[in-house]
Ligand binder design. Structure first.
Ligand SMILES: C=CC1=C(C)c2cc3[nH]c(cc4nc(cc5[nH]c(cc1n2)c(C)c5CCC(=O)O)C(CCC(=O)O)=C4C)c(C)c3C=C
Ligand SMILES: [Fe+2]
Ligand SMILES: [Fe+2]
Length: 337
């Protein structure tokens, strides 16, 4: 029997400093997130980051937490409910970090008689820290605990026609209403090093102005290319004029270079250059979360206004949008028939 597993990033169990610390420990000790040798990672994460960051992060989580729990989890659950109701096969939900775990998701499917699982990482663009870490952990868990289960992975869907159409239509509603002068596509950043590590050709990704526009087999696993491609396809779908939209990367951690341009500097620059009405969309996330609700919806908005901007619209993620739930359901149906 076939089944599907939707997997998102995850959140702390609560906004307590202890729960945030446990969550960050699991997240940042993942070698596909902080990709240094184990001892260096343990020193940096357990010796430095976990001593200071959990308190600050817990405060940030408190600002966006809902009575029902973490927005990312609640929104993922709402999406899961819709997809499960529309699908002909069992569909479960799991998180890469925290709860519900991937192991518990597979277990729920196996207990319903499932032996073939369609693994759906809820990330449009491939990165070591997104799609790959989910695929690797799921494969490891299956090998160890569920040897009779077969896994099929849904690849990154950054350029799939139906996804682009759903994303574009959801953006359209907001730009028609708010009429921004500029639409910024802000993606979660990754260290530049990650892009080079994922380059299967070992020589294509130079992270210069042109590599991501030059066709290459490297692009199947190039997060930067895939982000720019999502922007390009949405812009084309919506007929956006050159110069009225751009791409940037948010949420960096540490001192190494991350993908640029940085969102915070870009937004401040727009305000200083006289842009009064800005909209920001965050297509690396399918569910609103700390990075969209707090970093963009609060911090970036405040920065924009303080520097002379007047109107700032944070366009919501797809969340439990009906067309998005239908799209996921179709992917599951096509795989299982
Ligand atoms: C596209 C998705 C994501 C990528 C790529 C990614 C990479 C990445 N993230 C960190 C460090 C942190 N990220 C944090 C929160 C967070 N990250 C993502 C998604 C991606 N991260 C989401 C959806 C969230 C929000 C989770 C939520 O509960 O709402 C945090 C925790 C918050 C904080 O302290 O600021 C950290 C830390 C690294 C190092 C990294 C490297 C590739
Ligand atoms: Fe992150
Ligand atoms: Fe590239």
């Amino acid at each position: 029997m076939k089944g599907a597993l939707l997997v998102n990033l995850g959140s702390p169990n609560s906004t307590s400093v202890k729960d945030v610390k446990n969550y960050l420990d699991e997240f940042l000790m993942d070698k596909r997130v902080i990709d240094t040798p184990y001892l260096v990672r343990a020193f940096v994460v357990k010796g430095i980051i976990l001593n200071t960051r959990p308190k600050k992060s817990a405060e940030a989580y408190k600002k966006i937490w809902w009575p029902e729990g973490s927005p990312l989890i609640v929104l993922s659950e709402r999406l899961h409910k819709k997809v499960a109701e529309k699908s002909d096969i069992p569909v479960e939900l799991a998180m890469r970090y925290g709860n519900p775990s991937i192991k518990s998701g597979i277990e729920k499917l196996v207990n319903q008689g499932v032996t073939e699982i369609f693994l759906i990482p809820l990330y449009p663009q491939f990165a070591m820290a997104t799609t790959e870490t989910i695929e690797v952990l799921a494969a490891k868990l299956v090998k160890k605990h569920f040897p009779n289960v077969q896994l099929t992975n849904l690849p990154a869907f950054y350029n799939k026609e139906d996804y682009i159409s759903v994303l574009s239509n959801s953006i359209k509603t907001f730009i028609e209403k708010e009429k921004p002068e500029h639409l910024l596509f802000s993606y979660h950043g990754v260290p530049e090093r990650h892009i080079k590590k994922s380059d299967v050709t070992k020589s294509h990704c130079k992270i210069d102005g042109s590599c991501c526009n030059t066709p290459s087999p490297a692009h199947e696993f190039c997060y930067r290319h895939q982000c720019y491609e999502t922007t390009k396809q949405v812009a084309s779908f919506l007929n956006l004029k050159e110069g009225t939209y751009s791409t940037s990367f948010q949420s960096r951690l540490g001192r190494d270079p991350w993908l640029q341009p940085y969102t915070d500097k870009t937004i401040e620059g727009f305000a200083k250059d006289g842009v009064k009405n800005l909209a920001v969309v965050t297509p690396a996330f399918v569910s609103d979360c700390l990075e969209t609700l707090e970093e963009i919806g609060m911090e970036a908005k405040d920065d924009f206004i303080e520097n002379g901007g007047e109107k700032f619209t944070t366009i919501p993620c797809l969340n439990d949008n009906d067309d998005w739930a239908d799209t996921l359901t179709n992917w599951i149906k096509n795989w299982s028939k």
